[in-house]
Design a protein around this ligand. Structure first.
Ligand code: GDP
Ligand code: IMO
Ligand code: MG
Length: 427
């Protein structure tokens, strides 16, 4: 059984936890898109791991971890994660595979990310400042790109970095009035990256196809969320990769036909970090309550997350473009104690009602939510492990969202720990 996990909202749905749970029955876990902008949390008996680049399978000894060609790798972050995990008892030696074709995030990408955001003022995207956009831009632009494979020959890389620095310094000086890219300093960093990371660099497409031929169980770990997809999300307030399920093949070299189940992850409400339209946002006491109860602060940047009601229009769209077979719903416990809960079942745009998520940013910004309100529950769900032990109102809430999505909800989260989960058999 091969599975692909994807976020169906704006990220932070609880993918790390779901990947960790499913990794128990997997041989290989693969990241396919994004970079250190991701923050995936795994909680094991009160011990917390926040992973940015490393696949969440890292905390399952014996599971191979693959960083696919679609990921942009910040070597500094990766090295830090390898070291921290080793100190905490999870050595990656002999089980980490980093694609030679993955692009490398260097200091000047992070520098450019910060400069551009600062120059945009109120119009900024609200990026994680991890250099993601500039690195993907260099990848698509080809001429000034650096891939993991380039770490092999440091003399050739030195010559390339000199060209890159000359170009970037001219552009940065002209646009932002500051240069500061030093080719020699970056080459020194690359020398250190090579010493530590080269043993892990390989052809991951080949590795994955050999794993498939050997009937290994593969788990693909999406990062970000489908609504942050560069092509299919809420452009321009998106990330720079195909963060939906559609990015999985391009980011690994494995066709979707080898994936048996696409598993969408949602939260029982909605959150978003950074700027951009968010129709069900509750910028009020309700949102604040969800934020405090759900500890909705960014794993990567610590920013408070914007919170709101569950948006079935948005999640159903993500499930559709992702070909999602089943859904895992996290954070049901967080909603306890509210008298009633609202679910957005349609948008009204210019007087017309629609249940299809609009591709036009202006339409989305104008969309008014059509809500239905259902009763809440007061019981603490954190100790519940069987579906039939959930309050009837909780089950009705799950059933209603399931029918709006048209996809079975098979797993429910009732707390952050890997054991705080309720599975549900669906036809
Ligand atoms: P990811 O980016 O999709 O992996 O999600 P994050 O790790 O950024 O954010 C999810 C947060 O919710 C983390 O702090 C998790 O530990 C936590 N979490 C996951 N599932 C549940 C759940 O069912 N209930 C509660 N209360 N917390 C959860
Ligand atoms: P995980 O994998 C939530 C958001 C940023 C910003 C936009 C662009 O933990 O779910 P970027 O740095 O990618 O150029 O920022 O995308 N963003 C995320 N939001 N979770 C994430 O990852 C995110 N990765 C990027 O906040 O709005
Ligand atoms: Mg996250």
């Amino acid at each position: 059984m091969n599975r692909c996990i994807i976020g169906l909202q704006w990220g932070d749905e609880g993918k790390g936890k779901v990947v960790d749970i499913l990794a128990e029955e997997s041989d290989v876990v693969v990241r396919y898109a994004g970079g250190a902008n991701a923050g995936h949390t795994v909680s094991i008996g009160g011990e917390k791991f926040a992973l940015h680049l490393m696949p969440s399978g890292a905390v399952r000894p014996g599971v191979a971890c693959v960083i696919g060609n679609g990921v942009v790798v910040d070597p500094e972050v990766l090295i830090e994660e390898i070291d921290i995990l080793a100190k905490r008892g999870f050595s990656l030696d002999g089980r980490l595979y980093v694609s030679a074709a993955a692009h490398v995030v260097l200091d000047y990408h992070k520098h450019e990310d910060r400069l551009r955001e600062a120059s945009l003022g109120r119009d900024k995207i609200g990026t994680t400042a991890r250099g993601i956009g500039p690195c993907y831009a260099d990848k698509v632009g080809r001429t000034f790109a650096v891939r993991m494979a380039d770490l092999k020959d440091l003399d050739a890389l030195g010559a390339k970095l000199a060209r890159i620095a000359e170009y970037k310094n001219r552009v940065f000086q002209a646009v932002y009035g500051t240069a500061g890219v030093n080719a020699e300093a970056i080459l020194r960093q690359c020398r250190a990256f090579r010493a530590k990371l080269w043993p892990f660099v390989c052809d991951t497409t080949r590795f994955l196809h050999e794993a498939i031929a050997a009937s290994k169980r593969i788990l693909f770990e999406g990062a970000q969320g489908s609504l942050l997809d560069i092509d299919h999300g809420t452009f321009p307030f998106v990330t720079s990769s195909n963060a939906s399920a559609l990015g999985m093949s391009a980011g690994t070299g494995v066709p979707a036909r080898y994936v048996d189940r696409f598993v969408g992850v949602i939260k029982a409400y909605s959150t978003r970090v950074g700027a951009g339209p968010f129709p069900t946002e509750q910028n009020n006491e309700i949102g604040a309550r969800i934020r405090e109860r759900g500890h909705e602060y960014g794993t990567t940047t610590g920013r408070p997350r914007r919170c709101g009601w569950f948006d079935a229009v948005a999640a159903a769209y993500s499930a559709r473009i992702g070909g999602v077979d089943e859904v895992a719903m996290m954070h049901l416990d967080t909603l306890a104690g509210m008298e009633s809960l609202s679910i957005c079942r349609a948008y009204r745009i210019g007087g017309a009602e629609t249940t299809f998520f609009p591709s036009d940013a202006g339409d989305l910004a104008r969309a008014e939510c059509v809500y239905e309100t259902v009763p809440g529950w007061h019981e603490d769900l954190s100790g519940v492990r069987r579906y039939e032990d959930l309050p009837a109102t909780t089950r009705s809430y799950v059933d209603r969202i399931e029918s709006l999505l048209g996809v079975p909800i098979v797993m429910l989260g009732v707390g952050p720990d890997r054991c705080q989960v309720v599975t549900r058999n669906r036809p």
